[in-house]
Design a protein around this ligand. Structure first.
Ligand code: PEP
Ligand code: MN
Length: 377
């Protein structure tokens, strides 16, 4: 049966303590040594803000011969850290054997990494290994910006009987320059949340940013969008970390970051606030309606243009005219404080649609009676 992505049933109540938002998962990118882990755990426990300590045991590395994780001995250290600090523990699993070992060592939570989410065979294998176990499982987005693949992985895990499920947004691979290691492409987690309003979504600013100085604004944006939790990598000596050194912070720096974070609530019972919100939203609704009306009008005129060009046997694409449109509209947008990225995207889809409309007009056998056929268009 093909999946339309609508089968995911998120629970109506959160399985994590919603009153303690953000749900916080922190700990080293990789478990390296017993000492490194115990010291990091002890520091993390002091702040009393971390709900679950993370630690990578098997590391999916881009190139061979890089450090690929300490393996089973690390599970033992994690279990020991749990015993000593009371912190719950989580790690990344990429196959059935990983799941079995984590269950053996008393892990409290598992996550599926971005490089595993892309592969339905691996996700299915993990799902089978999880059958009959009720442990929270978090599914990171796939490395490529494919919402359906993300939903598919969540569905596979859910169908194995896992009820404590959440998605982790860790950004997406991309071509070209970016300040981010993995571009956030916020519209993708927003689309996931819109489709599944009850699903818990956490954000992993560490892997989005790849560098410390961007962690706070990205974590803040996640809070502003109503995301439920954060996964932030921390290490007792970040600069010496064996993996992801540039993006890890000390437990102390983690607590400072959290202190600066404004956690938003999704809704409130304050009547004055609700009324004002309603009034602002009505203004937005009215503007949206006007914009759509205007786009409709523009498409009508564009169609007229198509018929006119056909009548005079000239091509749809007039490069000079298009350049002029880009230039004038971009200048206006800049004056109005509209971002370059937004206006670029808007003009691109407008142009595509305009060409489609004109092509339809050109291919049509009908003739449109033009009102001012002497005017040049
Ligand atoms: C990690 O969490 O250390 C990791 C490898 O993350 P991702 O799967 O997001 O790349
Ligand atoms: Mn990492």
């Amino acid at each position: 049966m093909p999946s339309d992505g609508l089968h995911l049933i998120a629970p109506s109540t959160t399985w994590w303590p919603a009153s303690q938002k953000p749900f916080l998962i922190s700990g080293p990118c990789s478990v390296e040594t017993e000492e490194q882990l115990m010291q990091t755990a002890a520091q993390l426990a002091i702040g009393k803000k971390v709900h679950v300590m993370r630690g990578g045991i098997w590391k999916p590395r881009t190139r061979p011969d890089s450090f690929e994780g300490v393996g089973e001995v690390g599970l033992m250290w994690m279990a020991q850290a749990k015993k000593e600090t009371g912190l719950k523990i989580a790690t990344e699993v990429a196959n059935a054997e990983h799941v079995e070992l984590c269950l053996k060592y008393g892990f409290d939570m598992l996550w599926i990494g971005a490089r595993t989410t892309v592969n339905p065979f691996s996700v299915q294998e993990i799902a089978e290994a999880l059958r009959g176990v009720d442990i929270p499982v978090l599914v990171k987005n796939p490395v490529n910006p494919d919402l359906q693949l993300w939903i598919g992985a969540l569905e596979r895990i859910q169908r194995s009987g896992i009820t404590k499920l959440a998605a982790i947004h860790r950004g997406f691979s991309h071509f070209g320059e970016s300040i981010y290691r993995n571009k956030p492409m916020w519209e993708i987690p927003i689309a996931l949340q819109t489709q599944f309003p009850q699903l818990s979504i956490f954000c992993d600013p560490s892997h989005i940013c790849g560098r410390r100085d961007l962690l706070l604004p990205v974590a803040q944006k996640a809070m502003d969008l109503g995301m439920d939790g954060l996964m932030l990598e921390s290490h007792i000596a970040p600069d010496q970390a064996w993996t992801d050194a540039k993006q890890q912070v000390t437990p102390q720096a983690l607590f400072e970051l959290l202190d600066q974070l404004h956690v938003r609530v999704v809704s409130t019972n304050d009547v004055g606030f609700t009324n004002e919100l309603h009034s602002i939203r009505s203004r937005v609704d009215k503007i949206d309606e006007e914009i759509i009306q205007l786009i409709g009008q523009r498409m009508q005129v564009t169609e007229e243009l198509g018929y006119y060009k056909k009548e005079h046997n000239i091509t749809i694409l007039q490069v000079e005219r298009w350049k002029e449109i880009i230039e004038t509209r971009t200048m206006l947008a800049e004056k109005l404080g509209i971002s370059q990225e937004f206006i670029d995207k808007y003009l691109e889809i407008l142009h595509k649609e305009s060409i489609r409309t004109q092509t339809r007009a050109m291919n049509s056998s009908a003739q449109l009676p033009l009102k001012n056929s002497n005017n040049s268009i």
